[in-house]
Design a protein around this ligand. Structure first.
Ligand code: HMG
Ligand code: MG
Length: 302
């Protein structure tokens, strides 16, 4: 199969990336980051998360962030909403897309959202209905689709089961997420192809964390089976507070460099993303976790 000619890159740095930072990051820094990413040309930015601040304190400024960003027409600003309380906040904040998130692993669902997979789907029914009523896009995210920090192996059937349930809730898009970055290329193809039996392949996305350094290989493997939406995080920020040891998402700069080399259109300005990556890394006081980003920045200053 030939590779897609264009892909959608969903920038998740401001949410998935920053949620795991221990030091509180001022809302204005988050706003400046989102604004830089908007200017770089992303069609879809995961900007915030309306979850319990007791569970993820870093996301407590989400309303402020959503109110402060400069929106560009046509760009979808997404937020996480685990329940109706989150949905109400998302609606008030003017989110374009709400993300319901469960897991292919029962153990991880309990750790991350304090309920079983079944209960999470029941909880999402109201969120999904409200999203439809208010004409917001609805995305479903399935954590631990390739392995779980608590349960270990995750059968493919557990992933497809949640894909089916999220499809039945009316999701427009479904993320197959490697929360702890343990998936490998052939496994990824098998899971993606099985998921595509349940949901249109054009609406499936690959959300890869790079813990074991497999993310770019997994993206390439996904492209080979027709996946055309990928999540990535500027400067490779992030991790999930309920997945100990898991590193950030694959870095956006690396993904863009790969796509550029393959001649796959993204509509995103890699140089502008490198700037955004250097900006947030400087604020965090550490080097960006992006090979391409750091290489491009070094070449500029040489
Ligand atoms: P709970 O403790 O079972 O819920 O948490 P509760 O209903 O008993 O509420 C507890 C308190 O939280 C109450 O406050 C609620 O009002 C409040 P209190 O009465 O004690 O003062 N609360 C909220 N506050 C603000 N916004 C809300 C909200 N909901 C309740 N929406 C709950 C259940 C789902 C809320 C909790 O477990 C939670 O917030 N979990 C989210 C954890 C999280 O955000 N994890 C990271 C995101 S997932 C991820 O990163 C993976 C992903 O990237 C894909 C991948 O890589 O796998 C998406
Ligand atoms: Mg993630």
């Amino acid at each position: 199969m030939s590779l897609p000619q264009q892909v959608k890159i969903v920038e998740v740095g401001p949410r998935d990336g920053l949620q795991n930072e221990k030091e509180s990051i001022p809302a204005e820094i988050k706003i400046a980051l989102v604004d830089q990413l908007t200017a770089a040309g992303f069609q879809n930015i995961e900007a915030a998360s309306f979850v319990s601040p007791k569970w993820v304190p870093q996301m407590a400024t989400s309303a402020e962030v959503m109110a402060g960003i400069q929106r560009k027409a046509g760009v979808v600003y997404s937020v996480l909403t685990p329940n109706m309380k989150g949905f109400e906040a998302a609606l008030a904040a003017g989110a374009d897309e709400v993300v319901i998130f469960s897991s292919a692993s029962e153990a991880f669902a309990h750790k991350n959202i304090n309920c079983s997979i079944e209960e999470s789907i029941e909880r999402f029914r109201d969120v999904a209905a409200a999203a439809k009523q208010h004409k917001l896009r609805l995305r479903g995210s399935i954590s631990c689709s390739f392995g779980c920090p608590y349960q270990g192996d995750v059968p493919v059937s557990s992933v497809t089961d949640v894909v089916r349930r999220m499809r039945d809730l009316g999701c427009d898009e479904i993320d197959i997420a490697d929360t702890i970055g343990v998936g490998t290329a052939r496994q990824v193809q098998q899971v993606m192809q099985s998921a595509a039996q349940e949901f249109a392949i054009g609406g499936l996305s690959g959300h890869f964390h790079d813990t074991y350094g497999q993310a770019l290989a997994n993206i390439y493997a996904s492209l080979e089976v027709g996946i055309s939406i990928f999540h990535s995080s500027v400067a490779g920020l992030g991790g999930c507070p309920y997945a100990k040891g898991a590193t950030g998402n694959v870095s956006t700069e690396d993904v863009l460099f790969l796509m550029q080399g393959l001649g796959i259109h993204t509509g995103i300005d890699l140089n502008a993303v490198v700037d955004a990556g250097q900006f947030i890394s400087q604020h965090l006081g550490r080097k960006a976790v992006s090979r391409a980003g750091n290489a491009i920045a070094a070449k500029r200053s040489a």
